[in-house]
Ligand binder design. Structure first.
Ligand code: CTP
Ligand code: CA
Length: 230
């Protein structure tokens, strides 16, 4: 019986994927967030499940249906997301950080709604840095094969490679988000992927514009290929 190689590429793997934005509360009725739709992360989860993996999808607030066969964990803030990631790490063999994690959260979250005052026309929020979930996963003692994304509006290749090194990860998928027709809420995407070859050299591959479903399938194929080479 012929078994399709493609459908078996991630058999036996537990893939953990973060997706969507995070939502950082300011007070009981307000938050800071971004325009991530979660589509790319959900498409990756679907492609990984189709490739035979056990998939945990840790999703920020998005309006998307859970792909078939995927275990979904809903979270709001970056700190919630880190907790959910930590809980799923023990048997995780491949981690893909696709979420647009808010870089900062409010230093103090109001227990009550913040009131505007009559004596000032401006207001200042003090923000504090969120943990870098991706870098944190990569530095764990038994770290899974770790893949990140990079959203850039300029010097895409340069900044993405800097993130590959700085975060101690194995691969990075760079998106040029200055092209407003692609990325975030679009159904299409293009990407350039950078990774460490067996020789230790940084290698890259370009994926021209295609549907996020197709790009996810192509990325999962490349990721599993590289993971099996290590
Ligand atoms: N990421 C993360 N936790 C954060 C910030 C980012 O896990 N607190 C992950 C994202 O999921 C993505 C990668 O890091 O896989 C790169 O995110 P990006 O926002 O492009 O890079 P930053 O390191 O946050 O740098 P900057 O936003 O300043 O470009
Ligand atoms: Ca960021």
């Amino acid at each position: 019986v012929a078994i399709s190689a493609e459908s078996k590429t991630l058999q036996g793997e537990h893939v953990v994927i973060t997706a969507g934005p995070t939502r950082e509360p300011l007070d009981p009725v307000r938050y800071l967030s971004n325009h991530s739709s979660g589509k790319m992360g959900f498409a990756l989860a679907e492609a990984a499940a189709k490739a035979g993996a056990q998939v945990t999808l840790i999703a920020g607030p998005v309006h998307l249906a859970t792909p078939a066969g995927v275990h979904r964990v809903d979270v709001e803030s970056a700190l919630d997301m880190q907790q959910a990631v930590a809980a799923s790490l023990p048997d995780c063999t491949l981690f893909i950080g696709c979420a647009a994690v808010a870089d900062f959260r409010a230093e103090q979250v109001g227990a009550e709604k913040i009131k505007k005052t009559a004596d000032s026309d401006t207001m200042a929020l003090t923000l504090t840095k969120n943990p870098d979930i991706l870098a944190w996963v990569a530095e764990q003692p038994k770290a899974p094969f770790t893949v990140g994304f990079a959203a850039e509006t300029q010097k895409v290749a340069e900044y993405a490679q800097a993130k590959l090194k700085r975060k101690g990860i194995r691969m990075i998928v760079a998106n040029d988000v200055s092209n407003s027709a692609l990325g975030f809420n679009s159904d299409d995407n293009a990407a350039e992927v950078f990774w460490y070859a067996a020789t230790g050299e940084v290698t890259s591959r370009c994926f021209q514009q295609r549907s996020k479903t197709q790009l996810a399938t192509d990325l999962i194929e490349l990721i599993s290929e590289q993971k099996h080479e290590q």
